[in-house]
Unconditional design. Structure first.
Lengths: 132, 135
């Protein structure tokens, strides 16, 4: 530490609490766990939905996936998965891409991809539900 | 004075290739690879959901899903999702501070791999039987 008097009287502990180098603290860590826990029952439910659809034709999909409970489960699955995979891919990018501009571009592209996948899937679910 | 000197050749920390591969290390790498696989697999999910509204676009998806390459991709996607999910449960157990002992982490890693393969194969046997045969 320098000899100069501190510019403010906040302690280092109060500054670091909930923050850290990324200024977002353990937010990514926490949201990765939150969506991971949500993904477990949702993935099992989606596998059950796929099993229900096995051997059926196209007409059965709006009937089953378009029903309220299944549509809501599918939408929750898509939202949780998209949030989870956005964080996960960002960690992968930050681990392996060291050029600053390339890294920023890939982190952005990752965000766009995850949001686009989520919105496309939810549009599909809503179309199956309401037959737009 | 402030002459630029070549940085001293300091020892680097060994790269992962130096180490003898272990099961837990391999499974850590596989967890990341399956995560990346699942990431791009969502393209299939989005395609399926968008295609399901009309018979003609659904026929295109069914053609792909029923082809040999489509079947291989879907089988791999199934395993990747199941494996990543079981691996995630393993990580959640570790987050509580449990399962990190030498014996525990080995059998958790083995259970992860054996479990994911077993569940995937059972799901596909059941699925193919429900669809009335392998083709």
């Amino acid at each position: 530490m320098s000899d100069a008097a501190p510019k403010h009287i906040r302690t280092p502990l109060s500054r670091v609490r909930g923050l850290g180098a990324a200024h977002s603290g353990t937010d990514h860590f926490w949201r990765q766990r939150l969506t991971a826990v949500a993904n477990i029952p949702l993935t099992i439910a989606v596998i059950v939905i796929f099993i229900m659809l096995l051997g059926r034709n196209q007409a059965a999909v709006p009937q089953i996936v378009g029903s309220p409970v299944v549509a809501i489960i599918m939408a929750l699955f898509v939202i949780s998965v998209a949030a989870h995979m956005r964080i996960g891919m960002q960690v992968v990018i930050e681990d392996y891409v060291h050029d600053e501009i390339t890294k920023l571009a890939l982190v952005m592209a990752n965000a766009f991809f995850c949001i686009a996948i989520a919105l496309t899937s939810i549009y599909g679910i809503l179309k199956l539900s309401f037959g737009l | 004075m402030a002459a630029t000197r070549a940085p001293a050749a300091r020892p680097l920390s060994p790269h992962w290739q130096i180490y003898r591969p272990t099961l837990t290390m391999t499974m850590s790498i596989v967890h990341r690879i399956t995560g990346i696989g699942n990431y791009f697999g969502t393209l299939l999910l989005a395609w399926w959901l968008i295609a399901a509204a009309s018979p003609s676009s659904y026929a295109k998806f069914e053609w792909f899903a029923g082809s040999i390459i489509g079947r291989i991709i879907l089988f791999g996607y199934t395993w990747s999702v199941i494996h990543h999910m079981l691996g995630g449960i393993r990580h959640l157990i570790w987050d509580t501070g449990r399962g990190l002992g030498p014996g525990e982490r080995e059998w958790l890693a083995a259970a992860n791999l054996i479990g994911s393969i077993a569940i995937t194969v059972l799901l596909w046997i059941f699925g193919l039987l429900a669809m009335g045969g392998p083709l």
